[in-house]
Design a protein around this ligand. Structure first.
Ligand code: GLU
Length: 313
């Protein structure tokens, strides 16, 4: 895979766009807000449009109320977006079309495994940790029929997985450089009683439909980028350039979480004006003594963003 054909996320592109894509499963905390601000800074300083997409396909964890509060918080911080927020739950026909295109080309198979089946297979001596072991990839039709009926009798449907032909894929990342990672037979649509669309499929379809050519997000998602770029390739869609930014860490060195104290914007605003929160966010991306987003945009330098996790204090 030649990454030079992928857009450079750090270069100016007035026809391009960036985005922030939170999952509405709780209030945004300092780490989420910092990623949102970084995504906004990268987009705006390179002349790109900037969109807000609510990633609410996980019906168990998403809520309308949480989306509303997140949008309110981003506005309170002063971030501006182009157009209205979009919701993944409104876009399921596009996911269906993508799934159909993949199915027509033989890139999809049904998987009947439970989480436990996969964990057990992954303990086999030659298994690669975290990788789908391929249990259902090459089952004979009769066996598929039997396993499908078994699930249906329990009111469940099989998961749908990608039949990946590549083992690795390379992406272009403004921070990590040319980044190559593993591709496996990842899930496209979840199974069970609630067949939700899977994150990787939805992200790829939505980013391409919105003309997103710059994806700035936390580096916990870096290992998803090769899968997503490979899926874009199979669908004949352009892959974006990425900037995976280090996360904010809590006092114990783990990813910042709500248990680490008054970390949500709402909690912080109870003690301090928004300008003070902006000033902490600015310091965390390498700009001291700046308490407005407009000022931050002027002074921001990608090279000054700490490349290690930033510890919340
Ligand atoms: N919705 C994901 C999250 O909140 C982010 C997905 C992405 O930026 O690609 O972690």
């Amino acid at each position: 895979m030649d990454t030079t054909t992928q857009p450079s996320p750090l270069e100016h592109n007035e026809r391009g766009a960036g985005r922030y894509a939170p999952s509405p499963s709780g209030d945004l905390h300092f780490g989420n807000l910092r990623t949102a601000v970084l995504a906004w800074l990268f987009a705006r300083r390179t002349g790109r449009r900037f969109y807000l997409r609510v990633e609410d396909i996980d019906t168990q964890r998403s809520s309308v109320e949480s989306a509303r509060r997140q949008i309110e918080d981003l506005a309170a911080l002063g971030l501006d977006f182009d157009g209205e927020p979009t919701y993944q739950s409104d876009n399921t026909s596009a996911y269906e079309a993508a799934l159909r295109a993949l199915t027509d080309r033989g890139h999809v198979f049904e998987c009947y495994c439970s989480r436990k089946d996969i964990q057990e297979a992954a303990r086999a001596p030659h298994a690669i940790p975290g990788r789908y072991p391929g249990t259902c990839r090459d089952l004979p039709d009769g066996e598929r029929e039997r396993r499908r009926r078994e699930l249906m009798a329990q009111g469940r449907v099989p998961a749908l997985r990608l039949r990946a032909e590549a083992r690795r894929w390379r992406v272009r990342d403004g921070f990590l450089g040319d980044y190559s990672g593993e591709v496996d037979d990842f899930i496209l649509r979840r199974g069970g009683q609630q067949p939700d669309w899977a994150y990787n499929l939805a992200v790829v379809v939505d980013d391409a439909a919105a003309g997103i050519d710059q994806v700035v997000r936390g580096d916990d998602l870096a290992s998803s980028a090769p899968r997503q770029a490979y899926l874009a390739h199979l669908l004949g869609l352009p892959a974006p350039g990425y900037v995976h930014v280090p996360l904010v860490l809590g006092p114990e060195g783990r990813r910042l979480a709500k248990r680490d104290g008054a970390v949500t914007l709402r909690q912080m605003r109870a003690d301090a004006p928004v300008a003070q929160v902006v000033s902490r966010l600015a310091a965390s991306v390498g700009v001291e003594g700046c308490d407005s987003l407009a000022g931050l945009l002027e002074e921001f330098e990608p090279g000054a963003v700490p490349r290690e996790g930033w510890v919340w204090k």
